[in-house]
Ligand binder design. Structure first.
Ligand code: C2O
Ligand code: CU
Length: 656
């Protein structure tokens, strides 16, 4: 959001200009040799630059404060620390600076005056840093450290300017260094602290503070007990997936080293079952050294079948196997992928589609799953990178099950025929109107089913990931070359359809909220896995130390997600779909939109409802898996559920 950036720049500029004023406020020190007349006041030539810097700095500072107030009006999440921590620092800094300026100008106490001007600048700089270092929610301990650093820095400056001797200088410098070490050490220590993935391991902020009458009455159970019995009802459908290295040939002739779930094609095999089947998938790892798991993205399986290394199971090492089971009782479009070091594994190809056909069969004549994936610079639509052509009889109906398996957002559209969006994230959307010339945006991990009726002329499925990779549907017998190539691409110029206003409005009866959760997404320097990085944070913290969203079974939780960073965060919650209530304060008006992945753009605030009906410890993370690996992962934890699995450890579990 531009406002956030502007506010940060104004704050920094204010501090920099006041510091510049302090530095340029030198001039001959009034000692006994200085004539009295020179002591009483500064000459215009000495005054001019200092006053100019002060004027500019104060103006910038005022701008920063005003913008902070505007941001606070947009939502406290965007400005909490700017008001609670930065504003006091800025006011103290300004007061000190003005007093110092007067002393310096009048020549009454020039050294003390200059020290105060510089100290004021430090306070303003610390205020600007508060957003970057502390963020939201404001943490009192970190704020105290900042205040202390400003005081010590001012002391050190005074000792230097007033020639207070080595001992004073060393004293202030020593304490300042100590403070710096303490701050970094504290940050490092919090990285080594025990993980907070289970309910009750947190400290009772926010979500954890909502307590219901049953608290404590739930017997503790392990995620390992939350599994599907082998004799669950349903026709058994067995699949075997073998994770292995293989080589993928690109259309351009190059080949890419990939990882896959079987075969030499890029996606793993499409698993197609029918509503009511009992799916039994055995994963074997042939030679993926980092280990592998099988996670059913968007399919709300029992927790023990969720396939998250270090949370619901251990990573499967080379030579190992793991069998997961679930009753496929919800028709729709889903996908599967590894959830062990997924930022690398999924990117390299450990993914595939899961399609659950409705018990009555698929209504369309042609039903195609289209996972969109980028590998080695090539964009794959299904198994093919490059143009592909499919015969379709005019009048026949086509369903495209599109999945974004990459880490950035994807725009898709059908050109040449009106299309309907009949399902999103696996679940049907009722009453959607026909779309013409508008693009649908899919966040990383999201799916949508696009349905159209084949006209007499060719139709193209396009994405903004690649102009070359398109699917042309042509009436049989049509001249292939004239239809599939050369048609101008429509995707770039197409306006974006808003899913929040799509389909038949019907508010589901939810009942009262019994739990509350707030996720503020940001980017800050933090230790992750022992290394200092510019991490992706939720509520100022990084995995595995982010306070979980805590629910009791049966809760209805309202979740607010605010993105105060400059990156898009496709937030994905496992084991549940969330109902979109509002975005940026505007209520959703279309058909009830139940998502498993909510694409939160910079500056956006989403309000969601989650029904706690699937006990377990569930990952809730950014599906830009690079962001997940850099801290943006947490859990949705049911009270009374525990896990024996650990992050790292002997199995080198990496839950992202
Ligand atoms: Cu598609 Cu936690 O993942
Ligand atoms: Cu992200």
């Amino acid at each position: 959001m531009a406002l956030l950036l502007l506010q940060a720049v104004a704050g920094l500029a204010g501090a920099a200009l006041w510091l510049a004023a302090g530095f340029s406020a030198a001039g001959p020190a009034p000692d006994d040799a200085t004539p009295r007349s020179r002591r009483s006041a500064r000459t215009p030539r000495e005054r001019m630059p200092v006053l100019a810097f002060v004027a500019g700095g104060t103006l910038a500072l005022a701008g920063a404060v005003a913008l902070a107030l505007v941001l606070a009006g947009r939502g406290w999440w965007f400005a909490g620390e700017k008001i609670v921590i930065a504003l006091p620092l800025q006011l103290i800094g300004l007061a000190a600076g003005v007093l110092g300026l007067v002393w310096w100008l009048t020549g009454r106490r020039p050294v003390a005056g200059r020290t105060l001007v510089l100290g004021g600048g430090y306070a303003m700089a610390a205020a600007a840093l508060a957003t970057w270092l502390i963020g939201y929610p404001p943490q009192p301990v970190a704020a105290l450290l900042l205040f202390a650093a400003v005081a010590l820095g001012t002391g050190l400056t005074w000792a230097l300017l007033a020639h207070r001797g080595r001992r004073a200088v060393a004293g202030f410098a020593g304490f300042l260094a100590l403070l710096l070490v303490a701050g970094i050490g504290w940050s490092w220590l919090s990285d080594t602290a025990a993980p907070t993935l289970e309910a009750g391991t947190g400290h009772g902020h926010g979500a954890a503070a909502v307590v219901d009458a049953n608290d404590g009455a739930v017997a503790s159970r392990s995620v390992e007990t939350l599994r599907t019995p082998a004799d669950a009802p349903g026709e058994v459908r067995r699949f075997e997936l073998t994770a292995a290295h293989h080589t993928v040939e690109l259309a351009g002739g190059d080949s890419v080293e990939a990882w896959g779930f079987g075969g030499d094609s890029l996606p793993g095999p499409e698993l197609r079952v029918t509503e009511g089947d009992l799916v039994e998938a055995t994963l074997a790892n042939r030679d993926i050294e980092r280990g592998v798991t099988l996670h059913w993205h968007g399919y709300d399986v029992p927790n023990g079948e969720d396939g998250v290394a270090g949370v619901t199971q251990n990573a499967v090492a080379p030579g190992g196997t793991f069998t997961s089971r679930f009753v496929a009782d919800t028709a729709g479009t889903y996908w599967y992928h590894t959830h062990q070091a997924g930022s690398e594994g999924v990117r390299r190809g450990l993914y595939g589609m899961l399609v659950v056909e409705p018990a009555g069969g698929v209504a369309e004549d042609l039903d195609l799953s289209v996972p969109v994936h980028t590998l080695g610079g090539a964009v794959f639509l299904g198994e093919i990178d490059g143009p592909q052509q499919i015969d379709a009889e005019p009048g026949s109906t086509v369903r495209l099950r599109v999945a974004n398996t990459d880490r950035s957002p994807l725009r898709v559209l059908v050109a040449g025929a009106p299309f309907r969006i009949s399902a999103v994230d696996g679940l049907d959307v009722e009453g959607g109107a026909e779309v013409r010339g508008e693009a649908l945006r899919l966040g990383a991990g999201a799916r949508a089913d696009l349905v159209f009726t084949m006209p007499e002329a060719p139709v193209r499925f396009e994405t903004d990931a690649s102009e070359a990779s398109v699917i042309s549907f042509v009436p049989p017998g049509d001249d292939a070359t004239s239809t599939s190539e050369g048609a101008p691409s429509e995707i770039e110029a197409a306006p974006e359809l808003d899913l929040l206003a799509y389909g038949d409005a019907a508010r589901p009866e939810l009942g009262p909220f019994t739990a509350e959760g707030v996720l503020v997404l940001d980017r800050m320097p933090r230790f992750v896995g022992g290394a200092p990085i510019y991490a992706y944070t939720v509520n100022g913290q990084v995995f595995p130390h982010i306070e979980p969203l805590v629910v009791h079974e049966g809760d209805l939780m309202r979740i607010t997600v605010a993105n105060r960073g400059f990156d898009v965060h496709p937030m994905h919650v496992h084991g549940h779909h969330v109902l979109v209530l509002a975005r940026d304060g505007e209520a959703a008006t279309g058909a009830p939109l139940w998502l498993d992945t909510v694409d939160v753009r910079p500056g956006e605030v989403w309000e969601l409802a989650l029904r706690a009906d699937n006990p377990g410890i569930w990952m809730d993370h950014c599906h830009d898996l690079e962001h997940a690996a850099q801290g943006m992962m947490m859990s949705l934890a049911y009270t009374g559920v525990t896990t024996p699995f650990e992050h790292g450890g002997a199995h080198a579990n990496r839950p992202e």
